[in-house]
Structures are given as C-alpha cells and as structure tokens.
Write a protein of this length. Structure first.
Length: 167
C-alpha cells in the first residue's frame, strides 16, 4: 500500500509518500518534498499552482490513499482559513484521481507518531526518522510533517484492522 501524506499550506505544501505492507513491517519512505507557490501571486493563483503540483505528485507516485492534516484553529483564524483552502485543494486533487482521503487534526497526528498529542515539532520529526529508519531529517519541516501525517494514517489503518479482527 502506498500512502501520500499532505501538510497543507498556501505558500508551501509538504508531501510525503510511504510504502507499507499490511502485516505491519516498517514502512519505507519513497519520497518527500515541498510544493511551493509564489508569495507575490494572488491566493487563487497560488492555490492553482499547488493543485497542479499535487496532480504531478499523484501521477508520479500513484498512491493508494491520501491523508491530509486539518488546519489548527487557535489564535489566528485567518491562517486557519487559508490552510483550510489548501486542504480543500489537496482533497480536490485526490478526488479527481479517485483516491480515498482521510483527514487528521494536528493533535491526532502527533499522538499517532509520538504517542503524545502535545509533542513539539522536533519530537515528532525525531519519531518520524526513527519509525522510518532514517539517519537524518529527510527534508524541510513541511515534508517531514507530511510524512508524519502518512504515518498517522498507516497507524490508524493498522488499528482499525486489528479491531475488526477482534470482533
């Protein structure tokens, strides 16, 4: 199974691709990176650039499922709205390729990767490296965050499968 994790943003959108089998062996990072849009462009143009970049990622890596981090709404509602728009672009891109989409709030991603929903960014990044057997952080923080989203989705799938077996 191949999972594409996405950390949405309107200037930088992280993506991480994992391969994992159904028996629970260690997942393998296929690729990660950051799609960027011009900060000087209008929002509509930036979203279009990101949409096209995601379409390319989907064609190149052919994931089976897509996992997207939800916006974090705390102090800056304007920022959360912008990230929500980027999340919508990611969902639209996945849907246009017929792929199932799962979304996860940031605390669930942190808990799924670091077993603690309030962990800091560095802790999550270290856990991503450990779980993927990487010697160093594989890229910019947006890319590592996207890998964390993909790992969270993988863990959620594994847990759902175990629960289904026990019923």
């Amino acid at each position: 199974m191949r999972i594409l994790g996405i950390d949405p943003g309107t200037l930088a959108m992280g993506f991480g691709v994992l391969d994992a089998n159904e028996v629970g062996d260690q997942p393998r990072m296929v690729q990660c990176g950051v799609l960027t849009a011009s900060a000087s462009a209008p929002l509509s143009q930036r979203l279009h650039e990101l949409y096209l970049g995601l379409a390319d990622v989907l064609v190149r890596f052919r994931p089976d499922e897509v996992a997207i981090e939800e916006p974090f709404v705390a102090r800056n509602v304007r920022s959360a709205l912008a990230i929500g728009r980027a999340q919508a672009i990611a969902m639209l891109s996945a849907a246009s390729h017929g792929l199932p989409v799962a979304t996860y709030p940031p605390a669930k991603v942190k808990h799924g990767v670091a077993d603690y929903g309030r962990g800091d960014k560095e802790q999550v990044q270290r856990m991503v490296c450990l779980q993927l057997g990487l010697a160093a952080k594989p890229g910019p923080s947006d890319a590592t965050d996207a890998l964390a989203v993909a790992l969270c989705h993988l863990r959620q799938r594994q847990l759902s499968r175990l629960l289904a077996r026990s019923e």
